[in-house]
Design a protein around this ligand. Structure first.
Ligand SMILES: Cc1cc2nc3c(=O)[nH]c(=O)nc-3n(C[C@H](O)[C@H](O)[C@H](O)COP(=O)(O)O)c2cc1C
Length: 387
């Protein structure tokens, strides 16, 4: 294998963990779990990216309590039965040389919904009749998280403390499962974001009010999680860097929050955006009725990295190897994350290595595949333009 000419294929280290390259598979909910337990579908979904040489592979969000699930079909990390299938995934991902990573979170007021492909609305009577009853979600205040959504219960301070404990318990289980990188999902209008955004948090107690009060839940979770996570292992937070709504959370706020998170042992910020007042962060984007720009969230990762020196992870319509290479080579982020483009092309990383001339001999491919592809290339292929 040639020495890395590209930044994309240069290794990267956070704490005691070495990423073989800078491509990370972003967390992607499959909505196919029963009782929060991963199955063969989750295994193959993540295993194939590790085979295809992603530097790091994230699980979908693992919900820290049943009430914090988006849907009945989410993965969970609230009991010990949920750990063994996550161990199986971790072992395989690690055997391919990728960093096994887990995301934990709580969907807050966006819980109790139909799956995206079942309508994505709040669960109702018809859902209950087919075995998917709604439950009451929780949030900072008693106000639906998006039009038409369930009225959540406003959390008491004692209930907030219990949720912080649930994040700590979830972290302990992820650690026991052997994962090497942990991310807290604090974006997309879910519980933690709904506390720091002034749009969704109008509490008057110590968890609301000014920015310090609104950030308190995120910071308490960071401390609780860091307390259960090895000093050798990195921790990231996924933030919605901007609400992109009048009176919402801004980049200045993100810079302030990231600095506080860093003081509490958070090593990197995964720079996403949006999600309050919409079904999903992506729906917020669609609602602007403008085509989304490739790399639309990269400027958040760039500004945060430049202003704070904190390592950043860029995500959102990162499509081509050259685009990803440019983001890294210009120092706009330390890692790039792919979601939908990886669904489209699960071998994205292997293809990128060919395109960037990092793998001229097909060495990155599993030998059972690469040997044949190298042979086909040596033979050459004559293409008949009419067929
Ligand atoms: C099927 C699917 C499931 C997703 N599930 C999660 C999730 O569990 N946690 C999360 O933080 N983001 C989730 N996202 C958002 C992605 O991680 C990513 O931030 C977003 O899709 C933008 O990147 P892309 O343009 O490469 O798709 C999901 C996206 C998709 C397409």
């Amino acid at each position: 294998m040639s020495s890395p000419k590209s930044t994309l294929f240069s290794p990267y280290t956070l704490r005691g963990v070495r990423f073989p390259n800078r491509v990370v598979i972003s967390p992607m909910q499959m909505y196919l779990a029963r009782d929060g337990v991963a199955n063969d579908w989750h295994f193959q979904h993540l295993a194939k990216y590790a085979v295809a040489r992603a530097g790091c592979v994230f699980t979908e969000v693992l919900c820290v309590e049943p009430r914090g699930r988006n849907t009945h079909w989410d993965l969970g990390i609230w009991n010990d039965e949920q750990v063994p299938p996550l161990v199986r995934i971790r072992e395989f991902v690690e055997s391919c040389g990728a960093v096994p990573a887990a995301q934990i979170g709580h969907c807050g007021g966006k819980a109790s919904r139909q799956r995206p492909f079942d309508g994505h609305g709040p669960l109702g009577e018809a859902d209950a009749a087919r075995g998917e009853p709604p439950w009451t979600p929780v949030g900072p205040i008693a106000e639906p998280s998006a039009p038409g959504y369930h009225m959540p219960d406003a959390l008491t301070t004692a209930e907030i403390a219990a949720i912080v404990d649930a994040f700590a318990d979830g972290t302990r289980r992820v650690a026991r499962a052997g994962y090497r990188f942990l991310e807290v999902h604090a974006a997309h209008g879910y519980l933690v974001h709904s506390f720091y955004s002034p749009i969704s948090n109008r509490r008057r107690d110590g968890y609301g009010g000014d920015r310090r009060g609104r950030m308190r839940l995120a910071l308490e979770i960071a401390e609780a999680v860091r307390g259960q996570w090895s000093d050798e292992l990195p921790l990231s937070f996924r933030l919605s860097c901007v609400d992109a709504l009048d009176g919402g959370w801004t980049m200045d706020d993100t810079i302030a929050l990231a600095r506080e998170l860093e003081h509490r042992g958070v090593d990197a910020i995964d720079c996403s955006s949006r999600g309050v007042r919409g079904a999903t962060a992506l729906a917020n984007l669609e609602a602007t009725r403008r085509p989304a720009r490739a790399g639309y969230q990269v400027p958040y990762a760039e500004e945060l990295r430049r202003e704070t020196g904190i390592p950043t992870m860029a995500v959102g319509l990162i499509l081509t190897p050259r685009q990803a290479e440019g983001i890294l080579a210009r120092g706009e982020a330390d890692l790039v994350l792919l979601a939908r483009e990886a669904l489209y092309d699960p071998h994205w990383v292997l293809h990128a290595a060919r395109e960037l001339e990092h793998d001229p001999e097909w060495d990155l491919w599993p030998p059972s595949w690469g040997w044949w592809l190298a042979q086909r290339e040596r033979t050459g292929v004559e293409v008949d333009p009419d067929h």
